[in-house]
Design a protein around this ligand. Sequence first.
Ligand SMILES: *Cc1c(COP(=O)(O)O)cnc(C)c1O
Length: 391
Amino acid sequence: MPCSAERPAALAALETELASLAGQGLQRRRRIVEGVCGPLVEVDGRTQLAFASNDYLGLAGHRDIVAAAREGAERYGIGSGASHLVSGHSRAHELLEARLAGFVGMPRALGFCTGYMANLAVIPALLGRNDAVFADRLNHASLVDAAVLSRAEHHRFPHRDLAALERQLARSEAPRKLIATDAVFSMDGDIAPLPGLLDLAQKHDAWLLADDAHGFGVLGPQGRGTLAHFGLASPRLILMGTLGKAAGVAGAFVAAHETVIEWLLQRSRPYIFTTAAPPLLAHALLTAIDLIERGDARRAHLNALIARLRDGLNGLRWPLADSRTPIQPLIIGDNHATLAVAQALDAQGIWTPAIRPPTVPRGEARLRISLTAAHDEVQVERLVSALRALA
Ligand SMILES: *Cc1c(COP(=O)(O)O)cnc(C)c1O
């Protein structure tokens, strides 16, 4: 096709918008990481001490998982070739679903390519127009998008506010209701009041969808997740767990009552209309789940690092959010000020991401410090000293 000299007006509009993002300190840029995810990474030609990943147990580069992936590639090849319901559902996917269901103590599990897709699958499969979603205001973007996609009414309640949620539920006449929450909030690190949410779900005949992207592998006995941490079980509970964070690989699963899973398999579009993930990933995940289950020492070390960081940053000008999970946000507020602190750390070889709107509310920009079991105490001390000097 000949290249036309015509320039769409819409391009100029995009350029104006991009310039405006930059002016507000909201432009994002990607950095190129060489090699394996870990505490020390080579970025833009320099070695950086990173507090940026969600690889909470330090499994992303674990040699047993790498070996399992290689073995999976030998056994299953690379591509799955089709969607699960056509011909892409391999033995490895089947084994992983059974392993995950057993591990989290739910009747059945279903695998997804990503957590984003798993959330987009669940809400629109269970609700439609005239139904209602009740969502914590700080929920992950994928839960927000899932609610919009379902066309149900979308009620957002103040963060962790059970009383406000109860009023919304009591007022609703929707025939089908679903409460959706991050189990561990991704940008705050605090934990949802799941026992109270489940009580309300029972009282108001609603589903409870818990997105455990950040609790799976980290919380609960043997890392079984946030529902296990609270000892919760109910046919109303739908657990979404991701496998690219603490599990160190990729993908996600939904675990729930047998009937819910069968319904998702039959009806959810992000399950049906996509090519199944490479079976070698499912095969590698079997090893990752074993490592999570046997990972008490990793979790104990991680918890010691969390305590050390909180101790070290206590009384600083910028408050740490009230979190006992590996997500430790330092709230700075202003976008430019947050970027300036991130850049000052960067100059010292420390990488902590500056999180700004729309990922967090306006005026609450922060450094999202995330700790992993692969960090050591000296590294945490280095971050603490650098932050104390900057403050
Ligand atoms: C990361 C994340 C997701 C999305 O999971 P992916 O597997 O990365 O697509 C969903 N919910 C929450 C709370 C997350 O943090």
